[in-house]
Ligand binder design. Structure first.
Ligand code: EPZ
Length: 427
């Protein structure tokens, strides 16, 4: 079990390379199931979740080969090939480690006519049901059975017919499962109130590159005409907008200036608007953007929302940054019911935060001090690292395996802009 040790108080300055997007990689990887051809994915982030997902795919019969990475380089190229499907069952011990495993349900059903996946449990940030994943697949013609903690989806005639579904709640994962099932259905499918996140656009672009027929890409109304088969191809994962936003907050909380190399500004407008409203200076460069905090931060009122709104995955990081702003901020978490697990730990570092249901009032003006703190989920962990970068003295963040799920070589990237940060192996 490793921990991360930080001595705070330094202005961070320099460049941070932004890796491929975790939440895109996790929906592009299962697309290998949709074809007998070879799928080569470039710019894959080196993350625990990506490794776990490729092991899950190996268990289903997908061969995966990773090209060597030169020292200091980020991202990997992986070639996946599912010539034969060896199993259509995603077992509990894999799914419990990573709930994104549910994203094999749709593509496996589309390819093999059936798919059995262990029901993912809840997680720290909320119950995270999968009812919408099942409803969209039923709308496309699947039969769904729930038994012994598993969900089994099957296509009555071996192939989904396609159909229409209107999501009552915007769901990234359910939209992804619906898309990956509809591309090989025998007819047309229309998805209404579909998620519009850039990661969904990345998935649609890959499916089209494989031969899929999708209209309305980037909108909440997706029209998919099923095809007989898909081909392999080569495709690069989009840059990670949440990683980029997280490091932008590192510039904000330390009063520094960081160039986010490889970030794609068009994916991040809600994030950069919020950063600018807090007083940070955003300069778009030919390689991405530079974020500079050259004056005290201003307080904000922010509500999370589905894209193109302010991302829930940035809430914890902004809360840490706003804890040192001049004045009182107001945050509202509208997506998940329990995404304030970072608050008690931030309080132990001196942040003054009150939580009322899904709202939080961040008093601001905190003089953060280092402490030993515990990470509970991926983005909460990052908010503790950010607080540690600004805190007086030493901070030790425990359970960094949460961080390793979503931030590629975090300490190396932060050392590169002057942070005193190291990984300590606790054996
Ligand atoms: C994806 O999770 C991301 N994960 C999450 O990122 C992100 O926070 C979330 O989308 C929202 O943007 C990946 O892409 C791997 P949802 P997902 O389905 O798909 C409810 C991170 O930190 N819902 O859009 O699971 C759900 O409870 C992670 O990188 C249902 O009710 O999120 C939530 O309230 C955390 N029934 C809301 O919808 C369902 O069947 C949005 O969830 C599915 C979801």
């Amino acid at each position: 079990m490793d921990s991360i040790r930080i001595t705070g108080g330094k202005r961070l300055e320099g460049k941070i390379p932004i890796s491929g997007a975790k939440n895109s990689a996790l929906t592009l990887l299962p697309c290998a199931l949709l074809t007998e051809g070879k799928l080569t994915l470039g710019n894959l982030p080196r993350l625990a979740d990506v490794d776990n997902f490729s092991h899950l795919l190996n268990g289903l019969g997908v061969s995966t080969k990773v090209a060597g990475v030169k020292k200091g380089e980020f991202g990997r190229k992986m070639t996946l090939s599912a010539r034969e499907i060896a199993s259509t069952v995603a077992p509990y011990d894999m799914v419990r480690k990573m709930r994104a495993s549910i994203l094999v349900l749709g593509p496996m059903l589309a390819r093999a006519g059936e798919s059995t996946v262990s029901l993912p449990g809840g997680c720290a940030i909320g119950d995270r049901p999968i009812d919408l994943h099942l409803k969209v697949l039923e709308a496309l013609g699947a039969e769904i059975e729930l038994a012994a903690g598993y969900v089994k989806a099957s296509a009555p005639k071996g192939r989904l017919s396609g159909g229409d579904y209107s999501f009552p709640v915007v769901s990234v994962g359910a939209t992804e499962n619906g898309l990956m099932a509809a591309v090989l259905a025998s007819g047309r499918s229309e998805l209404f109130n579909a998620a519009r996140e850039p990661e969904i656009v990345d998935l649609c672009n890959l499916l089209v590159a494989m031969g899929g027929k999708i209209d309305g890409i980037g909108s909440s109304h997706l029209v998919i005409d099923g095809v007989e088969g898909l081909d392999g191809c080569s495709y690069d994962v989009m840059p990670d907008r949440i990683e980029a936003g997280s490091y932008a907050c590192a510039a904000g909380i330390t009063g520094g200036s960081i160039e986010l190399v490889g970030a794609r500004p068009s994916d991040m407008l809600a994030i950069t608007n919020a950063l600018a409203a807090a007083g940070l200076v955003i300069e778009f460069t030919e390689n991405g953007m530079r974020v500079t905090a050259d004056k005290p931060l201003r307080p904000l009122a922010v509500s999370t929302a589905p894209y193109p709104g302010f991302p829930t995955d940035m809430q914890a990081q902004f809360m840490a940054m706003l804890s040192v702003a001049e004045g009182q901020s107001f945050l509202e978490e509208t997506i998940f019911e329990n995404r304030y697990m970072h608050v008690p730990e931030l309080r132990r570092m001196g942040a003054d935060i009150e939580v009322h249901g899904r709202s939080a009032i961040v008093k601001g003006g905190a003089k953060l001090t280092g402490a030993q703190v515990m990470a509970t989920d991926l983005r909460a962990s990052m908010s503790l690292v950010l607080a540690g970068l600004a805190a007086k003295g030493e901070t030790e963040v425990l359970r960094v395996y949460h961080l390793d799920r979503g931030y590629e070589r975090l300490e190396e990237k932060l050392q590169g802009v002057g942070a005193t940060i190291e990984r300590v192996s606790l054996g």
